[in-house]
Design a binder for this molecule. Structure first.
Ligand code: OSB
Ligand code: MG
Length: 373
């Protein structure tokens, strides 16, 4: 690929409903959309789902735009002829961290690369499924009746499992109540790193409710304490925040810190690293699923492609466009069928068309940068 031009869009979309987690409430979702054009005028699209504050991750809109313009794009300019996206991380390895920023550009390169081969992205990365299992992630809803209504609604829509966010003070009560009404639906919780080992009584209680998994109960950088907790629970621990790379994956598996891994392409630095985490987990009998960051329809395309990999054994946090947004920036919107499946498009790249008029409408600022000078 001979890269010609890159455009960065700071996009702000409004969620249909506020989404609350242990780290805060979101109603306006920020991200950086990246488009990269090559010498044949083919365009690839990518997404860095960074927020406007360092809540889930230390990376924000501001760090991402700066690190792009000051460090990553200058390196890309020197390497504008690039064989494949597999080597992107190697090209930018002098820049440490900033995995979400890197993922924004790397995913755009993947979309472009697949389009140039006229192949759907999932086939290029070794996907083996034509449809993927969809789950829904429900934020903290402090009102029990509203929470039940929400679970009932999404379960009725066909989603194959329900995940609710928990935080100290909002954990056992909602789970007990959901289990009274929905005795055996696939149910899991996500703590977003809000507990410590001193909360063992909460974990012991959660352990009685036949949960599929408990996601990221302890500190976002921890592996060791999760290994202690996992030994004391029947319920599998799933790591999200703690797995930022293949190196964390190897350590987590060796320490038995978890029995399941949530792979978010942006968190680990893109599809190449996601594939490394996926393959290593598969070799070690650790099933995975694909997590989300309330992405636009562009980011969702990469989640869908990854979810077609063989070791994705649980429903992923890949919901319909309409679960998040009134209007997505792509067409057709991502749709979940009544059995909870998303059908993988067979068109080249991520398989959806970006509607540039909408993208521009939601953009707070746009940087258009030639890679040729
Ligand atoms: O921890 O999985 C998480 C959303 C934003 C940040 C972190 C998380 C989430 C979700 C929603 O749970 C997943 C989605 O549907 O995109
Ligand atoms: Mg999570």
């Amino acid at each position: 690929m001979e890269l010609k031009h890159i455009t960065l869009y700071h996009v702000v979309t409004k969620l249909r409903e506020e989404f609350e987690t242990s780290f805060g409430k979101t109603i306006h979702r920020h991200c950086v959309i990246v488009s990269i054009e090559d010498s044949s005028d083919t365009v690839g699209w990518g997404e860095a789902p960074v927020d406007d504050g360092p809540w889930y991750s230390y990376e924000t809109i501001y760090t991402t735009l700066n690190v792009y313009r000051k460090f990553i794009i200058p390196i890309l300019k020197k390497n504008r002829v690039i064989e494949s996206p597999w080597i992107f991380n190697d090209i930018v390895k002098r820049v440490r961290g900033y995995r979400m920023a890197k993922a924004g550009i790397e995913t755009a390169l993947w979309d472009l690369y697949a389009k140039l081969q006229n192949k759907p992205l999932y086939k290029v990365i070794g996907g083996v499924k034509e449809r993927v299992s969809s789950g829904v992630s429900i934020g903290i809803i402090g009102n029990m009746e509203k929470l039940l209504k929400s679970v009932e609604y999404y379960w009725g829509q066909g989603y194959q499992r329900i995940k609710i966010k928990i935080a100290p003070g909002w954990d056992i009560k909602p789970i007990k109540r959901i289990r009274e009404v929905f005795k055996d639906i696939p149910l899991q919780v996500d703590a977003n790193a809000s507990y410590s080992l001193s909360n063992m009584n909460v974990f012991k209680e959660l352990d009685k409710h036949d949960l599929l998994m408990i996601e990221q109960p302890l500190h976002y950088e921890d592996l060791y304490e999760h290994s202690i907790l996992q030994k004391r629970l029947h319920t599998p621990i799933c790591l999200d925040e703690s797995i930022k790379s293949i190196y964390d994956t190897k350590a987590a598996i060796a320490l038995q810190s978890c029995r399941v891994i949530n792979i978010k392409p942006a968190r680990v630095g893109g599809l190449s690293e996601s594939k490394l985490v996926h393959d290593y987990s598969m070799k070690n009998n650790i099933p995975v699923w694909i997590g989300g960051m309330l992405e636009t329809g562009i980011g969702r395309g990469f989640q869908v492609a990854l979810a077609t990999l063989p070791n994705v054994k649980y429903p992923s946090d890949i919901s319909a466009s309409s679960r998040y947004y009134e209007e997505d920036i792509i067409e057709p919107p991502w749709i979940v069928d009544s059995k909870g499946f998303i059908h993988v498009p067979n068109k080249p790249g991520i398989g959806v068309e970006v509607i540039e008029k909408r993208l521009i409408k939601y953009s707070k600022r746009i940087y258009s940068i030639s890679l040729r000078d």
